[in-house]
Ligand binder design. Sequence first.
Ligand SMILES: [Zn+2]
Length: 287
Amino acid sequence: MHPLAMFLPFNRESLKGKFVPAKNGDVPPERRGYWLLVQEQGLFVLDDGGSGAWRLPEGPLPPGFESRVSEVVCLGTYRGEPCWAGSVVPDTEVPAGFHRETLTPAQTRLTDDVLSLGGLALHAVHWEATSRHCPRCGEPTARIAGESGKRCPRCAYEHYPHLHPAVIVLVRDGDRVLLTRKSFWAKGRYGLVAGFVDAGESLEAAAQREVLEETGIEIRDITYVASQYWPFPSQLMVGFTAGYDRGDLCVNTAELEDARWFSVHDLPDLPPKLSIARFLLDRFVRP
Ligand SMILES: [Zn+2]
């Protein structure tokens, strides 16, 4: 793994030891500390004295959120203080002094630390919300002591938090690079081929298949570079570079709005700085 990529936000290493994950089942006696209050892909933060920086609420659950928060989980400690995640019910008004900031890297103004903690919170509350009942028989589940999973008391089915691997591939051919565009992206923005790994598929095979399916291009020299946790809600993005082997560009319009070869000297608008897509582009393409 590229050493700098470990520090991409959402990767736990980006918190550089300031965050210590909770031992499973270990819950502090009092609900006090930092609060990561999430609602869909947003996080409730406080305005830090008009400086334009946001900070996390600290202490007991802040006023305005009582009875509006479910799925409270202790994530661990941040700077020695317990860190709590909670899911804020959808129609909650933003309490005075708070601001609801997006966790989406394209638009966020959160610091990398808060973004990474917010990602862990999103994952934790998503898991709590989707693991209350046994997926096999519907019985309410119970936490497995010392583990992150849940067990069904009726049929004994064990269920663990999900993580979905996806590949993302930078394809180069001399001084041109293969970029793709989805219709819902910001106007003019291009990114990299990406997609989920299928059952039974190696990561390299997934990279090869995704590039071929989306663009008609065959690749060679598939090389792992780095990975990034992507908590929307639980993907692990595995980044590769590859070279052009053969084939003519043919855009799969069921998946993409466009795909093109761009000269590395004339690149379009690219994905945001905090993403692995941009990390790969900045290191392997930008002249
Ligand atoms: Zn069951």
